[in-house]
Design a protein around this ligand. Structure first.
Ligand code: AR6
Length: 177
């Protein structure tokens, strides 16, 4: 049984088992939450990411999949890197790919005995995914494991802005499983 909470925070400050990074396929860093996580984790993080095998030239994590590294100087023990879809209007399979990011991150979390995990709003920045639609997927995927997962006890949906947190909270209240 796990709980789902919406919090407003800088995800890099959370002292929990794992935080999820909204990365790109290279896993070598970028802007947004990815940049913040790399800055806070220190240079060891990009070294660890670079050491992950490439599945294609310059692709260490295909879109919709996830990879794990230590958190290094972060208060979180692990970083689970996932790559969300770029929003292309909604008919390019974005919803299924985004759901895959949550599922794969939770699967890897479980494999590593993670009990507490925080997700940012994957794809909702530079990648342009509409927040309300993305929040519905985040809530649905967190709920999908809520009653069956014996490892993950707490899923935090971490928003950077209060407007986003409001949307997530409304989704949690209205979209009961
Ligand atoms: N803590 C929590 N949430 C944050 C933080 C933070 N410190 N910083 C930003 N956000 P984005 P994407 C929120 O653009 O859309 C990178 O360059 C932000 O408000 O970080 O998946 C990667 O390398 C937004 O709601 O990720 C990729 O190239 C959410 O995190 C690309 O951006 C995601 O915004 C990925 O784009």
């Amino acid at each position: 049984m796990s709980t789902i909470e919406v919090i407003e925070a800088d995800i890099t400050t959370l002292g929990i088992d794992a935080i999820v990074n909204a990365a790109n396929e290279t896993l070598l860093g970028g802007g947004g939450v990815d940049g913040a996580i790399h800055r806070a984790a220190g240079p060891e993080l990009v070294v660890a990411c670079r050491a992950l095998p490439q599945v294609r030239p310059n692709v260490r994590c295909p879109t919709g999949q996830a990879r794990i590294t230590p958190g290094f100087r972060l208060p979180a023990k692990y970083v689970i890197h996932t790559v969300g879809p770029v929003w292309r209007g909604g008919s390019a399979g974005e919803a299924e790919v985004l759901a895959g990011c949550y599922r794969e991150s939770l699967r890897i979390a479980r494999e590593h005995g993670v009990r507490n995990i925080a997700f940012p709003a994957i794809s909702c920045g530079v990648y342009g995914y509409p927040l309300t639609a993305a929040a519905a997927i985040a809530v649905r995927e967190a709920r999908a494991i809520q009653h069956t997962d014996t490892c993950v006890a707490r899923v935090l949906l971490c928003c950077f802005a209060d407007a986003a947190a409001g949307i997530y909270r409304r989704m949690l209240r209205t979209d009961r499983a």
